[in-house]
Design a protein around this ligand. Structure first.
Ligand SMILES: Nc1nc(=O)c2c([nH]1)NC[C@@H]1CN(c3ccc(C(=O)N[C@@H](CCC(=O)O)C(=O)O)cc3)CN21
Ligand SMILES: CC(C)C(=O)C(=O)O
Ligand SMILES: [Mg+2]
Length: 275
């Protein structure tokens, strides 16, 4: 029995070693039942701060709090026992200084039992990422389109088409050098994603980036067709569950109004029937 065998989930180091191997499969989850479905097929489950837009109806991720990430992180933890569990640090919980970042990252790990945290930002967050990783907190980076900066960026648009190409390359290198075990590349051009994937020694996880990234991630509600307030180009719908739910709810409403539901099969007689 190896010294590590009591840890049943993979570590950030195990994921790091997967660069250049089979593609790393990642999805989000925010609840226990969805976590169970996703855990079965994925290497990484992310409790994304996209939960604010997908489950709480916020217009951006800026309103998401530590309490929300802790509650959804705990729910997802109960459904994940195979994949690496990563929790997003919410807006305002890590930008002030590295001590604030450590305090909140430690709280996320302590209260949810996740294996790692993710935070947005490139070179300007390198010092913070180094501070966390040197103190035992595995960090996943996230560069390119960083949704917590939507108000500064003026929208959710493709990154790296102009003179920001060089800056994003430098961001990737800085985040790797700071000790991140993997880096999410969101909505950067394919040539830029490919250059970064070749440049860095840690896995790149693409979302609207490139088929050549070391892994891919999507919001699971997007691929299931459960979320439709917007549909970025990078989303592929593998199912239309909202349409199925709509049809089911419509039929229920019709049957209640027609008094065709419930039937004898759904109500209780005075005496239990022998079966
Ligand atoms: N459900 C969901 N899926 C996501 O991928 C996601 C979230 N929520 N919330 C946080 C961020 C926000 N994201 C977004 C939101 C909108 C676009 C979007 O509208 N993109 C368009 C316009 C592109 C452009 O202007 O150049 C697109 O066609 O891709 C992209 C990413 C990605 N993240
Ligand atoms: C889409 C992924 C990368 C994310 O950060 C989120 O779901 O919040
Ligand atoms: Mg996020």
């Amino acid at each position: 029995m190896s010294a590590n065998s009591k840890f049943k989930t993979p570590s950030g180091h195990a994921l790091k070693a997967q660069k250049g191997q089979d593609p790393i499969v990642c999805l989000t989850a925010y609840t226990t039942p969805m976590a169970r479905l996703v855990d079965k097929h994925c290497d990484v489950v992310l409790v994304g701060d996209s939960v604010g837009m997908v489950l709480h109806g916020f217009e951006s991720t800026l309103s998401v709090t530590m309490d929300m990430m802790i509650m959804h992180g705990q729910a997802v933890r109960r459904g994940v026992d195979q994949a690496l569990l990563v929790v997003d640090m919410p807006f305002g919980s890590y930008e002030h200084n590295k001590e604030q970042a450590f305090e909140n990252a430690a709280q996320l790990m302590r209260k949810t039992g996740c294996e790692a945290v993710k935070l947005e930002g490139g070179a300007h967050m390198a010092e913070t990422i180094a501070y966390l990783t040197q103190r035992g907190i595995p960090v996943m980076g996230h560069i390119g389109l960083t949704p917590q900066s939507v108000k500064a960026m003026g929208g959710y648009s493709v990154q790296g088409r102009g003179d920001d190409h060089k800056r994003i390359m430098e961001d990737a290198k800085a985040v790797e050098d700071a000790g991140a075990f993997a880096i999410v590349l969101e909505m950067v051009t394919q040539p830029l994603a490919d250059e970064i994937t070749k440049l860095v020694g840690v896995p790149t996880i693409g979302i609207g980036a490139s088929v050549n990234c070391d892994g891919q991630i999507l919001v699971v509600d997007d691929l299931l067709g459960l979320f439709s307030s917007f549909k970025p180009k990078f989303v592929k719908r593998y199912a239309e569950l909202a349409d199925e739910a709509d049809a089911a709810i419509e039929l229920y409403a019709r049957e209640v109004r027609a008094r065709s539901f419930p039937t004898d099969a759904h109500v209780y007689a005075a005496k239990a029937k022998k079966s």
